[in-house]
Structure formats: C-alpha cells, structure tokens
Design a protein around this ligand. Structure first.
Ligand SMILES: [Zn+2]
Ligand SMILES: [Zn+2]
Length: 138
C-alpha cells in the first residue's frame, strides 16, 4: 500500500510583500534617552548627547491633557490657570508603558499623562521652536 508522501514545503509558505507597509501612517514610537525631574521643570534628553530640552514646570502643568483639565470631546480647557501655583513643580514621575510619562505635581494633581510624542511635538528647544529640526528624535 502506497502512502502518499507530501514533502514539506520548502522555506516559508508565504513570502513577505515586496512593498513596505504604506498603509499605516502611525509615526514611529518616541522614547527619550533620559528624563530628569527638576524643580523648574522636566528635562528631556531626546538623543544621547544631542537634542534635549527643558519643559518649564508651570507651562507643562497648565497644558495637562487629562480629562480633568481638558474637556475630552471638545478640547476646551477646564483648568483655571489661577488655581495653579506659580511655583508648581513636578514631584514624581512615573513611566507609562514605553510611550509616556505620568507627572505628579506639587499642587496634588497627578492624573495627566504626557506622551513622549505629545512632548516632542511641543519641544521648546531652540531648534524645534525655530522649525530647524524635523520632529523626530532618532
Ligand atoms: Zn490634568
Ligand atoms: Zn527640540
């Protein structure tokens, strides 16, 4: 009795598509090289020894993107800047996955998550504010 012999398919059954993926327009993930908490703000070093910036504390606090500070549907700011102390400072940082940072502020607010992409888009360094450096850290 003959048993049919099916040779294993050589190599991979599927070849990868020749074209690279043009479907997704998702920007590459952003991950700073170093994050330093300072009393005057957050210092982010995007690239080791290179692109870096200090995000001033109060401006960052006022820009908090959490649902308590910004109305989710409309983007309308709910936070009254008058309620944020002039000398507000970050007291604790926590990484959120690999994409962002949760900041605990000296005024007790700790629900804002700043994604690295969000921060990079608002990078206050001279090069970025002058538009000389394309957004993108690597
Ligand atoms: Zn907030
Ligand atoms: Zn920059």
């Amino acid at each position: 009795m003959l048993s049919k012999y099916n040779p294993p398919r050589s190599g991979l059954a599927t070849t990868p598509p020749l074209e690279t993926d043009h479907r997704t327009m998702v920007p590459p993930p952003v991950m700073p090289h170093a994050i330093t908490r300072r009393d005057d703000g957050l210092h982010l070093e995007w690239v080791a020894g290179g692109h870096a910036a200090l995000f001033p504390a109060r401006a960052l606090r006022l820009a908090c993107p959490c649902a308590g500070c910004v109305e989710e549907m409309t983007g309308r700011p709910l936070l009254d800047p008058a309620t944020v102390p002039q000398d507000v400072r970050p007291v604790r940082l926590a990484l959120v996955g690999a994409y962002g940072l949760r900041v605990e502020w000296s005024d007790g607010h700790d629900t804002g998550i700043y994604t690295f992409r969000w921060l990079l888009d608002r990078c206050p360094c001279e090069a970025c504010t002058a538009g000389a450096v394309p957004a993108g850290s690597a």
